[in-house]
Ligand binder design. Structure first.
Ligand SMILES: [Zn+2]
Length: 186
């Protein structure tokens, strides 16, 4: 009786097993067939959501391309297509900036610092110059090279008011502040 029941159970298991095995196998295949997790390329990025990486496949260590998000992801996507998203090139040092033809300094903030080392480059120690959107022209006190802030950030919202952000440290007054404006850069 005991043996018989065992045999029946065995047979039942045998009958069930192949199906079970097939199910498992199918599942495994299906899991492998999950299409490569897609991610947006640089040109497809439209919203913040598009800058979320697909993550790593289970059991693997994520690469930067898989896990980076936000601005870092934007930069990496750019690099894969040869686009220098943040324009990390050094400033133009092939000439000395003049008032008529200043060295452009791109930025997206209310203010931007640039380090001048003179012309030819490295002919004086670095002098940091601060430019703002309101006061974009700055002249190096060491060599006289002129720089101009070229704001390339988002446009102000349609509310007309210039969204003025007070710098953390207001610029100290100098005699230049008491000159007539038209003399300032003469
Ligand atoms: Zn200089």
């Amino acid at each position: 009786m005991f043996l018989q029941r065992s045999a029946v159970a065995l047979a039942r298991r045998a009958a069930v097993a192949p199906a079970l095995r097939r199910t498992l196998a199918t599942t495994a295949v299906r899991r492998n067939q999950v299409p490569e997790r897609k991610f947006k390329s640089l040109s497809e990025v439209k919203t913040d959501e598009d800058l979320i990486g697909p993550g790593a496949q289970p059991g693997t260590v994520p690469t930067d391309l898989e896990q980076a998000t936000g601005l870092e992801r934007l930069e990496i996507l750019g690099k894969t297509e040869g686009v220098d998203v943040f324009d990390m090139r050094p400033l133009d040092a092939s000439r000395k900036g003049t008032l008529d033809n200043p060295i452009p300094v791109r930025g997206v903030g209310q203010e931007q610092y640039a380090g001048c080392t003179g012309y030819p480059a490295d002919s004086h120690i670095v002098v940091w110059l601060r430019m703002t959107r309101d006061d974009p022209i700055e002249r190096c006190p060491e060599c006289g090279s002129v720089y101009k802030y070229n704001y390339v950030g988002p446009e102000d919202d349609g509310h007309h008011h210039h969204h003025h952000v007070e710098p953390e440290y207001p610029e100290p007054k100098t005699w230049a502040d008491y000159l007539k404006p038209e003399y300032k850069w003469a």
